[in-house]
Design a protein around this ligand. Structure first.
Ligand code: PLP
Length: 355
């Protein structure tokens, strides 16, 4: 068996210890005589998995008790619609801060339900808070803490006064500690940094759940989902279970402060190399570079194919940038080992020397 260094942006690399535990428990989950895949979600063995996952997630992030924790389906993309449908609460406008491809998509989808006001916009950079023009009557302010495609990350938490702050944390969820109490709602598709595809995690302030849109499907109603412990209908059981194993692994590693240290160190290694040479180019403003998704370009797109072919041969997989922006992207999520960053830097150096 030969595992590659997987730089994919998502679905992405998982901790090897978690995959091994999944393998060990695959045919007979802890004496139940069946796989978690085969188990009723009403079975006590599964409800225990679900409860433990929520408890561990709350412990990792220090989630205040007034927040509901939801395990939903539909991906972050479904949340682009669900947020405006449920958080408008009689208001007609919401503010969006645009820093890349995913925040633009979120704003475009919300515009089907609300008057979307672009409060600030940045290209390869985060717009400073002083430049944001917030609407006094906004239902909420939405931003994307980490732009997975563009490699732009907020390294600060915006202060929006009394307006509920909504964040699409899909690609930086659990990568460092955050103060959940500063947010109205946080959502994250699991497949970047928290687990396998199929489950989307939502943390929402219970006080925001009063007046959902009348046409909202009940399987997507945050309050109903919360009141049914995310089992209003059949949940994505297996993905939820694997997320729970990842949460447990994170606790054992020392929690999110430890992950933040590792993630900063891995990203800095790579940015330090990129800044010290002039063959490759990183388009993102230095203060706003993502720890999770390091975006860089070769001097000519014509070199991309040879670069990727050589990388694959060296056991470095998934470096191709998103089709919208081209170039390269090295995703360095929690489970990505530092040894893989050193190997990538060796390869970058060698390719530049030969080109
Ligand atoms: C991947 C991603 C999405 C889309 O997630 P889906 O689960 O495919 O809907 C949205 N926002 C961000 C920041 C992402 O990284």
């Amino acid at each position: 068996m030969a595992r590659v260094y997987n730089f994919s942006a998502g679905p992405a690399t998982l901790p090897e210890a978690v995959l091994e535990q999944v393998r060990e428990e695959l045919l007979d989950y802890r004496g139940s005589g069946m796989s978690v895949m085969e188990m009723s979600h009403r079975d006590r063995a599964f409800t225990a998995i679900a409860e433990q996952a929520e408890a561990d997630l709350r412990a990792l992030l220090g989630v205040p008790s007034r927040y509901r924790v939801l395990f939903m389906q539909g991906g972050a993309t479904a949340q682009f619609s669900l947020v405006p449908m449920q958080l408008a609460r009689g208001r007609t406008r919401a503010d969006y801060v645009l820093t890349g491809s995913w925040s633009r998509k979120a704003a475009r989808e919300a515009a089907r339900y609300l008057d979307v006001h672009i409060a600030a916009e940045g290209e390869h950079a985060v717009p400073p808070r002083a430049q944001w023009r917030l609407s006094a009557d906004a239902a909420y302010v939405h931003y994307t803490p980490n732009e997975t495609i563009d490699g732009v990350e907020f390294h600060w938490l915006p202060d929006v006064g009394d307006l509920p702050l909504v964040a699409d944390f899909s690609s930086s969820f659990l990568s460092r500690p955050i103060d959940v109490s500063r947010f109205g709602l946080i959502y994250a598709g699991a497949q970047k940094n928290a687990g396998p595809a199929g489950v989307t995690i939502v943390l929402v302030d219970g006080e925001l759940l009063d007046e959902p849109h009348a046409a909202l499907p009940s399987v997507f109603n945050y309050r109903s989902v919360a009141d049914h412990a995310s089992m209003l209908n059949t949940p994505p059981c297996f993905a939820w279970y694997v997320c729970g194993l990842v949460f447990r692994w994170l606790l054992e590693q020392g929690g999110l402060a430890e992950m933040a240290g590792r993630n900063r160190r891995k990203a800095n290694l790579l940015y330090h190399y990129l800044d010290g040479q002039d063959f490759y180019h990183c388009p993102v403003a230095p203060a706003d570079r993502s720890w999770m998704n390091v975006v860089f370009r070769l001097p000519e797109p014509a070199l991309d194919a040879a670069f990727l072919q050589g990388a694959t041969a060296a056991g470095l997989d998934g470096l191709q940038g998103h089709r919208l922006v081209g170039g390269m992207r090295a995703s360095l999520y929690n489970a990505f080992p530092e040894a893989g960053v050193h190997l990538l830097i060796d390869y970058l150096r060698e390719f530049a020397r030969r080109a």
